[in-house]
Design a protein around this ligand. Structure first.
Ligand code: ADP
Ligand code: 5GP
Length: 195
């Protein structure tokens, strides 16, 4: 006899974590992927960083004060959080849990320390590392984006050395040479059934 409960609930879908050094192209890849497949749900993080020109509240991030971020931590509302290059970033817990329970594939685009926390709390999540074709190309992309000061770029490059050294902690590496190609591979991983 089939279990009636398992019939009435959608299957739990996979949580995918995409990580990689600043400037490698994570946001570019994710934006492309969502245009291609709007069914994948991307978590909107909270951050204490100031919005860049063109960024909108609730779209790229929820922009919060230090006090608001403290409160979210105290109330246990973050699935993970980390300090990165002078600011704090975190994933709101409830929306992620709700989407997964509803059978929607969820994508988190977060840095290394957060990825490690998710690995601990959700061991069956899939962790994908986005790598640059070379160090020189990473520097070119980060500098070419033109959104950060020289000091912030240096901080992010310091963090990038640490992130690149942690590549082997991830389940799979995708090299971001061509956005379209990376997107196709990432989409296949996100929508693959859980093993
Ligand atoms: P991240 O989100 O990882 O910090 P971005 O998505 O902001 O990185 O990309 C950094 C810069 O690199 C942007 O100017 C973007 O247009 C560029 N970029 C992203 N992917 C590629 C690629 N495959 N080839 C060339 N440039 C890229
Ligand atoms: P940026 O300031 O360039 O938008 O993001 C800086 C870094 O923070 C990137 O590596 C990005 O992936 C990461 N990040 C964004 N949101 C979160 C989050 O919710 N948690 C963690 N741990 N990192 C995040």
């Amino acid at each position: 006899m089939p279990d009636p409960v398992s019939h009435s609930r959608p299957a739990q879908k996979r949580l995918t974590v995409l990580s990689g050094p600043s400037g490698v192209g994570k946001s570019t890849v994710v934006a492309h992927l969502r245009r291609q497949n709007p069914d994948v749900w991307l978590s909107v993080s909270v951050t204490t960083r100031r919005p860049r020109p063109g960024e909108q509240e609730g779209v790229q991030y929820h922009f919060v004060t230090d006090e608001e971020f403290d409160r979210l931590i105290e109330q246990g509302q973050l699935l993970e959080w980390a300090r990165f290059a002078g600011n704090r970033y975190g994933t709101p817990r409830r929306p992620v849990e709700e989407r997964l329970a509803a059978g929607v594939p969820v994508l988190l685009e977060i840095e290394l320390q957060g990825a490690r926390q998710v690995r601990e709390s959700m061991p069956d999540s899939l962790h994908v590392f986005l790598a640059p074709p070379s160090w020189e190309e990473l520097v070119r992309r980060l500098t070419g984006r033109g959104t950060e000061s020289e000091e912030v770029i240096q901080r992010r490059l310091e963090a990038a050395r640490i992130e690149l050294a942690a590549e082997k902690e991830f389940d799979i590496t995708l090299v971001n040479t061509a956005v379209r190609e990376v997107c196709d591979k990432l989409l296949a991983l996100i929508t693959a059934p859980k093993v």
